[in-house]
Design a protein around this ligand. Structure first.
Ligand code: NAD
Ligand code: ZN
Length: 389
């Protein structure tokens, strides 16, 4: 049966379904029966078709303290689903639509959403402390004893059903294979967007990418699409060079074999003074500094995508900045989800954007803890979990 064909008669009623609950930081997830409440105004309840595991989930899974370390919770934010029912004041979505939930909001109305300068949404951007976008700590999930389960960055896709605010939902063409579409819900959009919108990589430019996971490989794909002539991958896993070649990686630096030299010295030697664009896609302060030090004096741009789990400060040479180098951060690759994801879908359908090679494993949702082992041990790029497999 077509995985996107769908009808439901639960409109307005709670749904009982399976979800993978994280009860304690770092512990294996437990598949439990939960209750998913109907969507409130501006919300949509979606049936997840498949979901994948991103390193950001690992970071939140391991968080032991601070206001974001809330348990029990339902993790997961890279997914594709189909609309089951809609709340009041929901325009533009109807039952059966294929949709991507996205952790990054776009209200489409605030000053920043209307400006082409960035993907910031002044109305809805916050520090991911709430459960639901417009209703604060109010949750749509309960376990079988009635205890509230927390949401995760407004998506919580490790559940057969989830409730998502319309500011976090994008309708897509059903022509794209669903498991490939799921990649556009986080990693590929983040990486491709960073090369395209944040850095503005152009024909003939040189690029260094620190960390060749799904995000870093997607940066390479974005740089390749925009004509970069030299794309240096930097990783401690030497297998990533061969894998990266498919995405346009032309050269490789193994962080474990730089000897006496720093990584940035090696990159400067390879490029006659540094790259035009460097990207950090790991989440380590020391490598953010090395990415900056690898960029070219005068005009080098560094884009930081990796999430440092302790939000540690970084130290940059102020003289290098005065001489024209710059650093940019970006969430969701600087993309406005509702505007830019359909463009990426279109580029995939026109066979410009390559989405092959990101998915290394496909398993059933019940086997979700395997996906954690694979990513933590560096043995997967993306592992797709099918809800109905
Ligand atoms: P991943 O775990 O799949 O990949 C990380 C890569 O970095 C791996 O290839 C690994 O071998 C390499 N690596 C790890 N430590 C290294 C080191 N010390 N030196 C060299 N290489 C090293 O991760 P991912 O899912 O691609 O995510 C990458 C980062 O991007 C994470 O920090 C994640 O939280 C972040 N992220 C940010 C956004 C955003 O909007 N900015 C979105 C998604 C993910
Ligand atoms: Zn992600």
């Amino acid at each position: 049966m077509d995985k996107t064909s769908f009808s439901s008669c639960n409109k307005g009623k709670p749904i009982r379904c399976k979800a993978a609950i994280c009860r304690k930081a770092g512990e294996a997830l437990v598949i439990e029966e939960i209750q998913v409440d109907p969507p409130q105004a501006y919300e949509v309840r979606i049936k997840i078709i498949c979901t994948s595991l991103c390193h950001t989930d690992i970071t939140f899974w391991k968080l032991t303290h601070g206001p974001r370390a809330k348990f029990p919770k339902i993790l997961g934010h890279e997914a594709v689903g189909v609309v089951e029912s809609i709340g009041e004041h929901v325009d533009g979505f109807k039952q059966g639509d294929v949709v991507l939930p996205v952790f990054y909001p776009q209200c489409e109305e605030c000053k920043d959403c209307k400006s082409p300068k960035s993907n910031w949404c002044a109305r809805f951007c916050d520090d991911f402390l709430s459960n639901t976008r417009r209703y604060g700590t109010s949750s749509r999930f309960k376990d079988s004893s009635g205890e509230i389960i927390h949401h995760h960055i407004y998506v919580s896709s490790f559940s057969e059903y989830t409730v998502v605010d319309i500011a976090h939902l994008v309708k897509i063409s059903p022509e794209i294979p669903v498991h490939k579409a799921a990649l556009l819900s986080c990693c590929v959009s983040t990486g491709v967007g960073a090369a395209w919108k944040v850095a503005g990589v152009e024909e003939g430019s040189t690029v260094a990418i620190f960390g060749l996971g799904a995000v870093g490989l997607a940066v390479a794909e974005g740089a390749r699409l925009h004509g970069a002539s030299k794309i240096i991958g930097v990783d401690l896993n030497p297998d990533k060079f061969e894998i990266g070649k498919r995405f346009g990686i032309t050269d490789f630096v193994n962080t474990a074999s730089c000897g006496e030299k720093t990584i940035s010295q090696v990159i400067k030697e390879m490029t006659g003074g540094g790259v035009d664009y460097s990207f950090e896609c790991i989440g380590l302060a020391s490598l953010m500094e090395e990415a900056f030090n690898s960029s070219r004096t005068g005009s080098g741009k560094t884009v930081i995508l990796g999430m440092e789990k302790n939000a540690s400060p970084i130290s940059l040479d102020s003289r290098a900045i005065i001489r024209g180098r710059s650093v940019h951060g970006s969430l969701f690759g600087g993309l406005k989800p509702k505007l830019d994801i359909p463009i990426l879908v279109d580029r995939y359908l026109k066979k410009e954007l390559n989405l092959d090679g990101f998915i290394t494993h496909e398993i059933s949702f019940e086997e979700i803890n395997k996906a954690f082992d694979l990513l933590v041990e560096g043995n997967s790029i993306r592992c797709i979990m099918w809800m109905d497999k």
